[in-house]
Design a protein around this ligand. Structure first.
Ligand code: NOJ
Length: 482
């Protein structure tokens, strides 16, 4: 019954493709539409061959009760074994690009660049070859939250500057081994989210958590810039690709109408502090951030600011160190001013932020447009690749909410494109249902359903994937209903 219903709906979608509706935008030929995943969330095969232990392996094994359904990524969607099927699914939707990530512990089991796992590299070569053979652009991320456990133990993590060179070594191995066939590299995914999450959860002292978070982003920015310059100096002339990084970009709406300053400050403390060092003329962190954190640090009796400073050499080295800006967008938040108390700004920024949407609830498509236009206006209109946008739903096949979401977000992206924003891609998060960091398997973002109770991790296209296919066939958004 379900299949019959689906078939009827697909026919309906397809019949609409040619419908002339001037309000529904076309998707330009050179604009990449795709879907994404990340290594720990889909690969599984956590201990095959000589793979090292990842931080998430250790964490999930030691904290089984923490993860929604008690899950871990030991098998996940088993994409390590089923990557060919995944590529066929992408192809069946006629998608242009696959955004995936590489597992550090699979490629460098000990963290040393002298010990490259041949099996690990081969897996990614196979995936890339399979994508190319099917006409799909590979868009790998070097690092998507999944650290190598041994490096975490050696260094204490990203608040320690020695991580910068470990990452640089890893990046060089990836450029050398995989670069000949890759034209789009992302170094690091969502440094602002990773550093916030890791240190909020690991430190009991909130001030310590803040300063560790700042040092973590500081070091990840340096690590990113190291990878970018290594590419320039050693690989760009022969490989000719692009290197960028990905920021999680929230849209901020003021509680008090017209309080543009508050939304700008919230943006700077969240997203701007990643973009400003790279995409502004002067480099370094946004001024308001430097000022407010320095004031709080003084009020707390610290002899220097908790926000580290880049030396002039590092400022220059980081400024301009990206061929593009990658953004992920899920959330719009409201912001309101909080009065200073005891000479201190609330949470360093002086504002309270409350989420209006999360990745699984209400949608606010204007949010993605606002972020894109802000980037255009403040950062000299850099090329932007949207690498994640989507929503979570329960275990349904008839995911009309997702279709509704995708339709209106894509429409808003096309409108920003028409407004002169230099947007190059839109990738749905995610291709498959997968392990969702804190929520385990309880939140499903996929265009494709995965049966996590079945040993085969059976994949079943959801209605949204048929919608996507119909959109891609005409390269034009199609009508939706609810
Ligand atoms: C962004 C992260 O990069 C991704 O790993 C995660 O699954 C989605 N947000 C949804 O929470």
């Amino acid at each position: 019954m379900k299949t019959v219903l689906l078939a009827v709906q697909i026919l309906y979608f397809s019949s609409q493709v040619s419908a002339v509706d001037p309000n529904l935008p076309e998707i330009p030929e050179n604009f990449l539409v795709g879907a994404g995943s990340s290594a720990y969330q889909v690969e599984g095969a956590w201990n095959v061959s000589d793979k090292g232990e990842g931080m998430w392996d250790r964490w999930t094994h030691n904290n089984a009760s923490y993860f929604g359904s008690g899950g871990n990524g030991d098998i996940a969607a088993d994409s390590y074994h089923k990557y060919k099927e995944d590529v066929q699914l992408l192809k069946s939707m006629k998608l242009d690009v696959y955004r995936f990530s590489i597992s550090w512990s699979r490629v460098l089991p000990t963290g040393s660049p002298y010990r490259v796992s041949r099996d690990g590299i081969q897996y990614y070569k196979n995936l890339i070859n399979e994508l190319l053979a099917n006409g799909i652009v590979p868009f790998p991320t070097m690092y998507h939250f999944d650290d190598l456990q041994s490096l975490m133990e050696k260094t204490g993590g990203w608040a320690n500057e020695s991580m910068v060179e470990y990452f640089a070594d890893y990046a060089r191995v990836l450029f050398r081994e995989l670069g000949p066939k890759v034209k789009h590299w992302t170094t690091i995914n969502e440094l602002n989210i990773y550093c916030g999450y890791i240190f909020y959860h690991n430190e009991t002292d909130p001030d310590l958590a803040f300063s560790a978070r700042y040092r973590c982003v500081h070091n990840q920015l340096k690590a990113h810039a190291r990878a970018y310059h290594i590419y320039n100096e050693e690989f760009r002339s022969t490989q000719g690709g692009q290197v960028g990084l990905v920021v999680h970009s929230t849209n901020y709406v003021p509680v008090v109408a017209g309080d543009v300053e508050s939304s700008k400050i919230a943006f700077d403390f969240d997203t701007g502090w990643i973009m400003h060092p790279i995409f502004s003329m002067e480099g370094g962190y946004p001024e308001v951030m430097k000022q407010r954190i320095a004031e709080n640090s003084r009020a707390e009796g610290l002899s220097s600011s908790r926000l580290p400073e880049f030396s002039p050499e590092w400022t220059d080295y980081i400024r301009g160190s990206s061929d593009y800006l990658g953004i992920n967008h899920f959330v719009t938040s409201v912001v309101e001013r909080v009065p200073k108390r005891n000479g201190r700004w609330y949470d360093d920024l002086g504002l309270r932020r409350t989420q209006l949407t999360t990745s699984g609830t209400r949608i606010y498509p204007e949010g993605i447009g606002a972020v894109l236009r802000q980037i255009r206006d403040e950062y000299y209109n850099p090329p932007v690749y949207i690498l994640e946008n989507g929503m979570a739903e329960g275990a349904t096949f008839n995911d009309t909410d997702r279709i509704y979401h995708l339709h209106f977000y894509m429409k808003e992206v096309m409108s920003a494109l028409n407004d002169g924003c230099d947007i190059r891609s839109y990738a749905v998060w995610s291709l498959l249902d997968s392990f969702e960091w804190v929520a385990g398997y309880t939140q499903r973002f996929g265009l494709i359903h995965v049966d996590f109770n079945h040993p085969n991790r059976t994949r079943t296209p959801k209605l949204s994937s048929y919608w996507m296919k119909a959109v891609m066939e005409g390269r034009k958004l199609i009508p939706i209903w609810r």
